[in-house]
Design a protein around this ligand. Structure first.
Ligand SMILES: NC(=O)C1=CN([C@@H]2O[C@H](COP(=O)(O)OP(=O)(O)OC[C@H]3O[C@@H](n4cnc5c(N)ncnc54)[C@H](OP(=O)(O)O)[C@@H]3O)[C@@H](O)[C@H]2O)C=CC1
Ligand SMILES: N[C@@H](CC=O)C(=O)O
Ligand code: NA
Length: 438
């Protein structure tokens, strides 16, 4: 029986899932690839930590070189996370002729092109299905199944942790901090969960999807990012009243040679397919000129779902080794498209503010909006604590407006002016509103 030796960088949530699948599915993996898979070395930080899987003690190391320089290891599975140090390990491994499977969106969203160029030169595979939307096979779908199409839009819920938080806040009235803690315990969150809640993780995934979909280099820095930390129970309640749910969306659109790429909390109509995507689930919409619309749905994080995507890549690498065709699909970023300025992005918006409950206030607010060409679709005004407005002092009310579509720049200017009105105590939040449903 021919054996392929693999090395693991990391044995945390994802690494444990990978080792579990290798152990438990050994026979099927052999039938599918023609190889027996042996984990030869595992890099961890803490050699004394108790592991959730039984592996021979002598394969553990805390020295990266033991894995990277091991000549028997043909495939390196990188599931340790991190950027600079990890990049160096991957470069060293590719220079040794090793094929790479990684779940590391942080690294791919910044240094993908450089790593692909090196992998191309060395005829090595560099695969990263798990880096975007966990178990959902979206990278392969875009790179292979939809390669002949002209993709104009990719949009979706790309972060399991924030979707878990928003779903629990919406459905159970749960507290943000409590649910984040739960998501961490379940292994969904990043080592530093700021990446999740501030939208950086979704932004990295959106950049990767945009690069593949539009064959153009889009990096993390190109993405306009806003996370969910400003979303309160009040916003969620108003969304419900207005017929929406709030989701953190990653959006990448191509139009007139420009790419719009952003991540922001969004009001989604209740009858929109993305509104039903809850908990740790992710979903990705793809719009292609030939394809029309397609939606991909599945678990976006967690031990086994993520490991499933990693191991799918490992199977592909092994099949390539068997047919001597590694490095078949490299980087396809041959266009150099402009990134749309955030000020030019157009959408409907929700605005929530605290104002004096007296005649003329709404007229003042709508006058400013009108002067800035912002037209209003609906207004709600709720006065006092009896209406649930805990911040409302006597004689104050909460005002919620939903605008028609407006350029970002105009809306920002208008809300700044509204915030300066003597009768307006505070502009709490501005959230984009997505149109369309089923
Ligand atoms: N968790 C998830 O659902 C998903 C995670 N990912 C990505 O997968 C990667 C791994 O995530 P996850 O498994 O959750 O992370 P964990 O924090 O659970 O595991 C990280 C592992 O890497 C080891 N490690 C980290 N830094 C070093 C270092 N400097 N030197 C040696 N070993 C190190 C840790 O060692 P030790 O155990 O000793 O601490 C641990 O075993 C990340 O890139 C993440 O973004 C992608 C999709 C989903
Ligand atoms: N922290 C990430 C893990 C998967 O990419 C998430 O919550 O989606
Ligand atoms: Na995926």
């Amino acid at each position: 029986m021919e054996t392929i030796k693999v090395g693991l960088l990391g044995l945390g949530t994802v690494g444990t899932g990978v080792a579990r699948i290798i152990k438990e599915n050994q026979e099927d993996l052999f039938k599918k690839t023609g190889y027996h898979i042996e984990i030869k070395k595992v890099l961890v930080k803490n050699l004394n930590k108790k592991r959730n899987i039984e592996l021979s003690e002598d394969i553990f190391t805390d020295n990266p070189l033991d894995v990277i320089m091991d000549k028997d290891i043909q495939v390196l599975i990188e599931v340790m996370g991190g950027i600079e140090e990890t990049k160096k390990h991957i470069i060293d491994a590719i220079n040794q002729g090793k094929h790479i499977v990684t779940a590391n969106k942080d690294l791919i969203a910044i240094s993908g092109q450089e790593l692909f160029e090196l992998a191309d030169q060395k005829k090595c595979d560099l695969m990263y299905e798990a880096a975007v939307a966990g178990a959902i096979p979206i990278v392969r779908a875009l790179k292979e199944s939809l390669a002949a199409d002209d993709i104009v839009e990719v949009m979706g819920i790309l972060n399991g942790t924030t979707n878990y938080i928003l779903s629990k806040m919406t459905q159970e009235g749960a507290d943000f901090a409590d649910v984040l803690k739960e998501a961490q315990e379940l292994g969904y969150a990043e080592a530093d969960p700021t990446s999740d809640v501030e939208g950086y993780d979704a932004a990295r995934k959106t950049a990767i999807l945009a690069s593949i979909a539009f064959s153009s280099r889009v990096t993390f820095d190109d993405v306009n990012v806003e996370g969910i930390t400003k979303i309160s129970a009040r916003d969620i309640a108003y969304a419900k009243d207005l017929g929406y749910v709030i989701k953190l969306l990653g959006v990448a659109k191509r139009e007139n040679g420009q790419i719009e790429v952003r991540v922001n909390p969004t009001f989604i109509p209740n009858n929109h397919p993305l509104a039903a995507v809850n908990g740790v689930y992710n979903a990705v919409f793809v719009k292609g000129k030939a394809l029309g619309d397609a939606m991909f749905y599945g678990r976006g994080a967690g031990e086994l779902p993520t490991a499933s995507a990693v191991m799918g890549d490992v199977v592909e690498v092994l099949r390539n080794i068997r047919s001597n065709s590694n490095g078949r699909i490299g980087c396809t970023c041959y266009h150099d498209k402009n990134i749309k300025d955030i000020n030019d992005i157009v959408s409907k918006s929700y605005i929530r503010l605290l104002a004096k409950d007296e005649p003329g206030v709404l007229a003042g607010v709508t006058r400013i909006l009108g002067e800035n060409n912002v037209s209003v679709e609906s207004i709600i005004q709720r006065g006092g604590r009896s209406a649930g407005c805990e911040d409302c002092a006597t004689g104050e009310a909460e005002v919620v407006l939903v605008t028609h579509t407006v350029r970002h720049e105009q809306l920002q200017k208008a809300t700044k002016e509204i915030g300066k009105l003597a009768q307006v105590a505070r502009v709490y939040n501005i959230v984009r509103v997505e149109e369309g449903g089923k």
